[in-house]
Design a protein around this ligand. Structure first.
Ligand SMILES: Nc1ccn([C@@H]2O[C@H](COP(=O)(O)OP(=O)(O)OP(=O)(O)O)[C@@H](O)[C@H]2O)c(=O)n1
Ligand SMILES: C[C@](O)(CO)[C@H](O)COP(=O)(O)O
Length: 238
């Protein structure tokens, strides 16, 4: 464990999405993976890495389900927004920590994030980086398309972006308020911070921090879990 005890490290777990691409009959964050809700696995990973406070954004009308899933974690539940960006902004407002606390923003859908990734991201901010994101190489060949055709893109220059993403809490809150005021819509917190001129640093992510998005991702997540901990997978098997 390398997270400093002197500087608070806090987190928002965004879990207010419906999971329309997954198509389950309950919010994606509550979908069980070997008997344990995705959001619970995500929160447990952050706590295991040494995060001291967690706020979870939740969708309307599901408070009791989230309270049950997160029972005993100490996570605070706050209503999420209409999109991920707004949920992050609202979650950051729910944190009770000084402006210089290291704030992580993590997708509940990346339930299997390894603790090493969480620590790498937090440690990089503690070490002086402004904004830190975990990334992995792109494995497919990539083409840019436009109405006139398509062109190959050099994939060695590309990285896929994961979470948690981190910055100092005060700076992250200000950046989110600014993109809201400017009417800017982006897909992650790094882009929010770049909008206000902050510099983004990259650290290594991990395959296991994949985002559960479509039904096949649940099958993959189960396989990753079994590889990581066969005993845990057996214990929760339906
Ligand atoms: N209004 C929203 C939308 C998304 N999220 C969260 O942001 C993360 C990443 O979003 P994604 O995986 O796209 O989740 P959904 O928006 O639920 O998925 P879909 O687009 O398939 O509906 C998820 O943990 C999701 O719960 C959120 O907190 N609030
Ligand atoms: C934040 C994120 O997980 C980084 O890859 C991603 O941008 C979320 O995108 P989504 O379309 O809202 O899942």
């Amino acid at each position: 464990m390398t997270l400093s005890n002197k500087e608070p490290v806090v987190a928002v777990v965004v879990a207010a999405g419906s999971g329309s691409r997954l198509g389950a009959d309950l919010p994606k964050a509550l979908v069980p993976l070997e008997g344990v809700a995705l959001v619970r696995r995500a929160v447990d990973a952050l706590l295991a890495a040494g995060v001291g406070q967690v706020v979870v954004t939740i969708p309307p009308d599901h408070e009791s389900g989230f309270a049950a899933a997160l029972n005993g974690t100490g996570a605070r539940l706050v209503p999420g927004g209409a999109d991920r960006q707004d949920s992050v902004r609202l979650g950051l407002l729910g944190l009770d920590a000084p402006d210089d606390a290291v704030a992580l923003v993590h997708d509940a859908a990346r339930a299997l994030v390894p603790t090493d990734v969480v620590r790498r991201v937090a440690d990089a901010v503690l070490g002086g980086a402004e904004v830190v994101i975990p990334v992995v190489p792109v494995v497919d060949s990539i083409r840019r398309v436009d109405p006139d055709g398509s062109a190959i893109v050099d994939r060695s220059l590309l990285r896929a972006v994961q979470t948690p993403q981190a910055a100092r809490l005060g700076a992250l809150r200000s950046a989110h308020e600014r993109v809201l005021a400017d009417g800017v819509e982006v897909t992650d917190d790094a882009a929010v911070c770049e909008h206000v001129g902050m510099r983004v640093s990259l650290v290594d992510g991990h395959r296991d921090a994949m985002k559960v998005t479509e039904p096949v991702d649940l099958i993959l997540a189960k396989a990753l879990l079994a590889e990581r901990s066969p005993a845990d997978a057996r214990r929760h098997r339906d």
